[in-house]
Design a protein around this ligand. Sequence first.
Ligand code: MG
Length: 372
Amino acid sequence: MTDGTPTERTTLLTIGAFARTSRLSIKALRLYDEIGLLPPTWTDPETGYRYYEPGQLDRARLVAWLRRLDMPLARIRHVCDLGETDRPAAAAEIREFWLRVEADTAARRELVDFLIDQLSGKEAKMPQATQPLEIRYAALSDRGTVRPENQDAAYAGPRLFAVADGFGEQGDTASSTAIDVLREIDREHDSVVESGDLLNVLQDAAARAHQAVEGIDGRQSGSTLTAMLWTGSQLGLVHIGDSRAYLLRGGRFFQITHDHTLVQSMLDEGRITPQEAESHPQRTLLVQALGGNNDPEPQLHVTDVQAGDRYLLCTDGLSANVPEAEIRRVIGGTADPAGAVAALVELSTRAGGADNVACVVAHIEAHDLSQH
Ligand code: MG
C-alpha cells in the first residue's frame, strides 16, 4: 500500500458507498471525475479505485439535483464552485438558468400547438382552405453601419421570396448568385408550380445554387439561402445555413427553420444551454452552406397557408441582434409588408448595425372578391 495513514483511510468512502449515499451512479461518478466536476479525494495508484470524503456528499447531492433539471455539466460545475464561496451567487445562477428554460419552453409550446393543428388536420377543415388567397410582400436589405459592403441579399416577387447571407472574399457575389439561381424558377415555370413538384423544384434549385456559388473565385466564399415558393395555396421552403423563416399565425410566432450552425447542433445534443449558445465564441460557424466543402442537405418543407398568416425571412443581422419579441411586435403590428421590412431594418440599425441585414415579409390575405 502507498500513501494515506490508516486513520485517514478509514474515514474515506469507497466509490460504491459514495454512489449509494449520494444517489449518483458509479458510471456518473467516473465521468464527473474525468471532467473535474467531482474528483475523488484519493485514487489508489495500484488498483485505480476512487475514494471520497464524507464532506464531498453536499457537492454530490447538489450535482444530482441539478442533473434532474437537465442543467449541462459545465454549468453545474460553475454553480457548485460558486456554491462553495458565494451561495447567493449560486442561487442566482440557478434562478437564471430556470428562467431561460421556461422562456424556451414557452417558445416551443407555440410550435407544438402549430404541429398538433397541422397533424390533426384541423387546418384542412377550415372553410378558408377553398377561399382564394392573395399574397402581399416586400423585401429590403441594408449594409448596416459597420461593414464596408453589403453581402446580404433579399428578393420578393409574385411567387418567390428569398434571403441570402454571403461570406468570404466574394460574399456579395455568392449571395446574389444564390438568389439569381432561385429566381430562374420564376422564369422556367410560366404558370404556378404544382404542389407535387414543389419540393423537387426547390431541391434542384438549391443544388444548382450550390454549384454556382462553388464556382465563384473568392477564397472561402459561400452563402446561406432561405427561400419560399408560392403555389397559390401552399408555400414550399428551402433552407440552408443560419438565416431564418418565421411564421405568425393566430397570435403565435415561431421559427420554422432550423439553424445549420455548430452551436445549434450542440444545443440539440444538450451539450450547451440556449444562454451559453448566445455568447458562444463559435456561434456563427455554419455546418451547412452554399459553396461549402460538402454538398448541403437543405431543410425542405411545405406549409398549407391560411388567410392571416404572416411570414418573415431574415438573415442573422436581424435575428442575432434584435430580440424576438421586438421582431414579433413589428410583424404583428405593421399593416403593410413594406412598412414592416423598413421597421425591421431600422431595429437592426438601432441595435448597432454591426452586421448586414436582409429581410422579406409576406402577408397572406383572403382575396377580396367585392373589388372585381
Ligand atoms: Mg450575417
